[in-house]
Design a protein around this ligand. Structure first.
Ligand code: CO
Ligand code: ZN
Length: 330
């Protein structure tokens, strides 16, 4: 599985520029589903048919990642940029980004007069080695993702874009393992989550699922001076109860807990004070659906070194398989 995680996390795919990601994921999922399609926004929808006795279940794991977009090129060839999604200035200094054409840039900021303070994003720039606008290999409107190699140390896995390529891995591995299901399972690899769960919104409107389950990362409370939160790395799949954008369907949360307990899958309950996921969009699509989320606990979310635990990834896959392989009584 680490090979797949490495392949997906190291790949390029900021929000709105997910074509390459879709090309990577499609062959991984295609052998395990009955139908596959791409909608107008670029969401990849892989369908596994049920036996007709179950519900319409939509899964969503987002393919996109946070990144930056060039807004201006100076006459000396430096790039000013805007954020794509939740990019924090303090994660940028000295980092590297990669553009679709392979160009690598170093990120730095204007001179700091007070080293204890960081500049806002508009005082940062990217250096791609150009000396003028004319010899700059990228320009206004080009998007870049962060660059950082995947590493595995024991069960701890670190990479950029674990959010949410690890959710994509959970979806792929679960579909591999799912022998049969009563449900029509619509496994959506969504676009543009990081800019407001936009891809999942249109997918859910098109599919009109009875049940929606997002697969995404969540924050943790187990690092120094963290905001208190009862989710830790290595303690199992997190079943979302609430985040800033959604209250999970109570019946679905109950089903998730039950399946975890029956199968002895370690789980924790997630109450996340900030942030949300594709589940929010699925919940309020059309006339609404019963939505929830299986979260993979993750340290340093939206930094270039997002860290998860392989045991939680396994637990999330197993929990999803348990849920999908049995009837869902809400
Ligand atoms: Co995110
Ligand atoms: Zn995410």
């Amino acid at each position: 599985m680490n090979e797949l995680i490495k392949k997906l996390t190291e790949a390029y795919g900021p929000s709105g520029f997910e074509d390459g990601m879709r090309d990577l994921i499609r062959p991984e999922i295609e052998p395990y589903v009955d139908e596959i399609s791409v909608d107008a926004m670029g969401n990849l929808i892989a369908v596994k048919k049920g036996d007709g006795s179950g519900l319409k279940v939509m899964l969503a794991a987002h393919m996109d990642e946070i990144g930056v977009m060039v807004s201006h090129v100076t006459k000396e060839g430096f790039l000013r940029f805007t954020n794509i999604g939740g990019v924090y200035p303090h994660t940028l200094m000295g980092g590297r980004v990669q553009f679709a054409n392979g160009t690598i840039g170093v990120v730095h900021s204007d001179r700091l007069t007070d080293r204890g303070k960081i500049h806002p994003l508009n005082k940062f720039f990217i250096d791609v080695g150009a000396t003028s606008r004319e010899d700059c290999p990228v320009g206004v409107g080009d998007a870049a993702g962060f660059v950082r190699p995947f590493i595995a140390q024991g069960s701890r896995l670190t990479a950029k874009s674990m959010d949410d390529r690890i959710g994509c891995v959970v979806a792929i591995e679960a579909m591999k393992k799912l022998a049969s299901t009563p449900h029509d399972v619509y496994c959506v690899f969504s676009v543009q989550e990081e800019v407001g769960t936009r891809g999942a919104m249109v997918s859910a409107n098109g599919i009109s699922p009875d049940v929606g389950i997002a697969l995404d990362v969540t924050g943790v409370g187990d690092v120094p001076e963290a905001r208190p939160m009862d989710v830790s790395l290595g303690k199992g799949a997190a079943i979302k109860v609430k985040d800033a954008g959604m209250i999970a369907h109570v019946g679905l949360v109950k089903v998730m807990k039950q399946r975890a307990e029956e199968a002895n899958i370690p789980y924790q309950l997630e109450v996340l004070e900030g942030g949300s996921t594709d589940a929010r969009s699925i919940q309020i699509s059309n006339a609404g659906s019963a939505a929830g989320c299986i979260s993979i606990p993750c340290r340093y979310v939206h930094s270039p070194s997002e860290t998860v635990d392989a045991r939680d990834v396994e637990a999330s896959i197993n929990l999803l398989v348990e849920i999908l392989s049995k009837p869902i009584a809400l």
